[in-house]
Design a protein around this ligand. Sequence first.
Ligand SMILES: *[C@@H]1O[C@H](CO)[C@@H](O)[C@H](O)[C@H]1NC(C)=O
Ligand SMILES: *[C@@H]1O[C@H](CO)[C@@H](O)[C@H](O)[C@H]1NC(C)=O
Length: 395
Amino acid sequence: MGKRCCSVALAMVMVMGLVSLTLATSRRSMMTNGLGMTPPMGWNSWNHFSCTIDEKMIKETADALVSTGLSKLGYVYVNIDDCWAEISRDDKGNLVPKKATFPSGIKALADYVHSKGLKLGIYGDAGYYTCSKRMPGSLGFEERDAKTFASWGIDYLKYDNCHTDGSKPIERYPVMTRALRKAGRPIFFSVCEWGDMHPAEWGALVGNSWRTTSDITDTWESMISKADHNEIYAEYARPGGWNDPDMLEVGNGGMTKDEYIVHFSLWAISKAPLLLGCDIRNMTEETMEIVANKEVIAVNQDPYGIQAKKVRMQGDEEIWAGPLSGNRIAVVLLNRGPVRYSITALWEDLGLAPNSAVEARNLWEHKTLETRFVGNLTATVNSHSCKMFVLKPIA
Ligand SMILES: *[C@@H]1O[C@H](CO)[C@@H](O)[C@H](O)[C@H]1NC(C)=O
Ligand SMILES: *[C@@H]1O[C@H](CO)[C@@H](O)[C@H](O)[C@H]1NC(C)=O
């Protein structure tokens, strides 16, 4: 009896082992393009330009990413969003770049962008039409379109979720995953399913990032709600697969400087893709100062790839924190309210020993504070503002 029970238990262990081995194998085989080991950085046309795009402004944007120095900071993806193709496929069924706006074709544009040391992204849809309804989607044409993208030298595909056949995203998206793998060129796959069916739970098997939210708009309320919603799924983020709360609005004019600093800080600490959404050719010094903050970018690009979580919420006051490499911790003290607060991050919330002494680097003031902190770090934070620190315990 005892023997029998144990051999049953052993058999179960073996079956479970097999199951997890199979899972691990399929996990590896679904999305093994090796891309996105840190969150992608670059630019996307939608937030500023929506459908008003053409090859000239895409090239000028690529030039501006280089001349401003942003490409050196890691902003290398130049991503074309919706409206780049003709409404009809050619007689072989291929997508056709819109003649009026992309007369030289996408291959020539990719060559140009690559010649600048940058990467070209494009946009498609897991339905019959894209969201603008001005060009076809890839549903039923996945292999053909993946091959086309690969032949043009595309490096990134944002894949939207409009005008579908009603089937579930978890059925439609992997068809493009397989098509991209077959097409033989590593293409970052950005699943843009808007968070409808909890893509964080399956996204890592299918793509390199997955939208956790509906579209952002250029307001404080929209921005902060995307950050909130994205935070719920923090534990699913990892190198090669990221939660995506949508692209940046910094520089588009709808928020104050402090609010844009909050936007950029929360995206950075959340390991979100840093895809600029303003007109790179015409950025103010203020916008540049925000998006070119190397120390904040370094938090986003930390090799551990661990997404920060809210470790304390008290009314309008929040502490967001997450571990970084080198035994460090990134912290954002966020004030969501209408008046100034003094906000305290407690060591117990940050996972630090109560008596550990810590050096604090203020990432927006570019200053290491002289005070050594023990037990907590307290700072005053203005309305709709934040402070961002990297903490390092000292021996
Ligand atoms: C450049 O930006 C400023 C505001 O920052 C705006 O007034 C101006 O119209 C922009 N120029 C172009 C060509 O978009
Ligand atoms: C924070 O630390 C300081 C110095 O150790 C201490 O005096 C203060 O009471 C602490 N504040 C809180 C809210 O724990």
